[in-house]
Design a protein around this ligand. Structure first.
Ligand code: ATP
Length: 267
């Protein structure tokens, strides 16, 4: 039904090992979420078990930066790392057809999140849902924003609920300030630099190239300005090029070569 279309608990297998070049951000996420959670399970000498003020996890976290830089992967991987369920809300399905159902969707989302907690609720393109302009395609109306805030604050005030909201956006400045305030921890995810591109390429290409001889540095050099998602696309295209041009005899120990990438980059 409509609600299960919008509220999707995922089987989640993304891990930090799948993510290239973002070690500092991964560390920041662990410091923000994982270590406080771990620490709150420990018993300290003072006894009475209530040290949540020191080891508190922010209830809202914003990942911002250009498209295709791994924000969704990071959210999935930290959920996996912390053994949290991962719930996404698909903004693109919030079109006019479902418009009247937004309240139900919002309340369903929070009740599912509570039921299956601990949960990370991931809202991709959160700016499109709660913008400060009130004119965007998937924008929810003011009354629905208030409703959303009501639910959000409901669990924010309850220390028993283990729910974290993570938003992702390419346009942090377009987010309604009331929502931005509820995402106090903000992490910038930028386009990868040379070394980061190399690391991402190593992760994507490891199974397909001769890792001792493949010139990762050169390919990283040739892909200035590429996002992780662009790199993935390039690798797909290079492998297509390779498959189209391999000869019948080349069936064992296949390896993509730098020339396959160079050909695709020239097109
Ligand atoms: P958007 O803002 O467009 O939603 P995003 O920042 O959430 O993008 P992802 O959806 O996480 O980006 O990345 C898209 C795809 O690009 C990933 O599934 C992955 O294949 C690849 N990718 C992006 N960044 C990285 C990275 N740092 N390491 C490895 N793969 C990456």
């Amino acid at each position: 039904d409509i609600l299960s279309n919008l509220v999707i608990p995922e089987k989640n297998f993304t891990t930090f090992d799948d993510i290239g070049g973002l070690d500092n951000i991964i560390q920041d996420l662990k410091d923000t979420i994982f270590f406080p959670l771990e620490a709150s399970k420990l018993s300290f000498i003072g006894g009475n078990g209530h040290h949540s003020d020191i080891f508190s996890v922010p209830k809202g976290i914003l990942l911002y930066g250009p498209p295709g830089t791994g924000k969704t992967m990071l959210a999935r991987a930290i959920a996996h790392h912390c053994d949290y369920n991962f719930l996404t809300i698909d903004n693109s399905k919030l079109d006019s057809k479902w418009y009247g159902e937004t309240e139900k969707m919002v309340s369903a989302m929070f009740s599912v999140a509570k039921k299956i907690q601990p949960t990370i609720i991931f809202i991709d393109e959160i700016d499109a849902m709660v913008s400060n302009r009130g004119e965007m395609e998937h924008e929810v109306s003011q009354s629905k924003k208030s409703l959303l805030l009501q639910f959000w604050d409901g669990f924010e005030n309850s220390n028993n609920d283990r729910i974290i909201i993570m938003g992702a956006t390419n346009r942090p400045n377009s987010i309604d300030p009331a929502f931005l305030r509820r995402l106090p921890k903000r992490i910038k995810v930028d386009l990868p630099d040379l070394n980061q591109r190399k690391h991402i390429l190593q992760i994507i290409l490891k199974p397909y190239v001769d890792n001792n001889n493949f010139n990762y540095d050169k390919l990283a050099n040739l892909t200035k300005g590429y996002s992780g998602s662009d790199l993935k696309e390039l690798c797909k295209n290079a492998s297509m090029y390779f498959l189209r041009n391999k000869t019948k005899n080349d069936n064992k120990e296949l390896t993509l070569g730098l020339k396959d990438f160079e050909k695709v980059l020239q097109q």
